[in-house]
Design a binder for this molecule. Structure first.
Ligand SMILES: [Zn+2]
Length: 295
């Protein structure tokens, strides 16, 4: 039996992973706005991200790399970034940067962090260098956690589970009503889960960032992806237990049977359910308020 990490889903692709006495943050987006995207729901409690030891950056798209968020974490935070981007970070004043290509590894205290491939485009000019997209496997003794970053499903995922993954943090949607190439919808993410075969899966990359003013058009895309993912996971990965939490909340590991139905409290995040209801009411009401400012 392995020791499970402490995980807090902070929203979109940002997860606080606490392992071996280290506090490691993935793709931090900690502010309410990123270009045309805004955070829906509760503002992030910044106390959750104090004392961070290291930041893992999966790729340089703007919803995963947000420089003000990284700067907020302090000067001595170690940045682990995709191969081809370390100089770009150093040129922006970050002193402690390690770049990894797939299969390369760095130690964060006792935690071994190994880069994995990802099926996703790099960063496009004119905003920065074209670096690869990667994911990460974190290992401490026999405990293994996979953070996928942004990726489509690919066959080599079957190898990641070779020695047994405890947790997969998997993207199940994005930041708008549609997905571009290099992403997984809930069904495809569940098929990826069938390759990875972890004990637990936490759906991420949903319900957090949304284009300003668009929430009213497709409110179900804010709340439904993890629910759909959990349904498909029962079909494609029946040995994995899906742990769903709304953005800003810790993951509660349930000692229930693998593949058991989701506990009722996880079936529909309360904040999102209320927002979806309000959006639907406005939509069906002929005298409802105008669309602007109601994502
Ligand atoms: Zn991306």
């Amino acid at each position: 039996m392995t020791t499970l990490p402490r995980l807090t889903f902070l929203g979109h692709s940002t997860v606080l992973i606490e392992m071996g006495g280290r506090r490691i943050l993935t793709d931090p987006v900690l502010f309410d706005r990123v270009i045309v995207l805004r955070r829906v729901g509760r503002r992030l409690d910044k106390h959750l991200v104090t004392g961070i030891d290291a930041v893992l950056i999966s790729h340089l798209h703007l919803d995963h790399l947000h420089l003000p968020s990284i700067r907020m974490l302090g000067d001595d935070v170690l940045l682990v970034v995709p191969a081809g981007s370390a100089d770009w970070f150093r040129a922006r004043g970050f002193g402690s940067v390690v770049e990894l290509a797939p299969a390369a590894r760095v130690m964060i205290g006792p935690v071994a962090v190994t880069a994995t491939p990802a099926l996703h485009s790099g960063f496009h000019p004119p905003f920065g260098p074209r670096a690869m997209a990667i994911g990460f496997i974190l290992e401490l003794d026999a405990t293994r956690v996979y953070f996928a970053g942004d990726t489509d499903m690919f066959a080599a995922m079957a190898d990641f589970g070779g020695e047994g993954l405890d947790v997969a943090l998997l993207p199940v949607w994005g930041w708008g009503p549609r997905l571009g190439p290099g992403h997984m919808n809930p069904r495809r993410a569940a098929r990826a889960l069938g390759l990875l075969r972890p004990r637990y899966a936490v759906p991420i990359h949903w319900g957090t960032l949304w284009p300003f003013g668009l929430g009213r058009v497709v409110p179900h895309r804010l709340s439904q992806p993890p629910l759909e993912f959990a349904r498909f996971a029962r079909r494609y990965a029946p040995g994995t237990q899906v742990l769903m939490v709304p953005p800003g909340n810790p993951v509660a590991f349930d000692p229930g049977e693998p593949g058991a139905p989701l506990p009722a409290r996880f079936r529909q995040p309360p904040g999102l359910r209320a927002r979806a209801r309000r959006a639907l009411r406005r939509r069906s009401s002929p005298s409802g308020p105008p669309a602007a400012g109601s994502p």
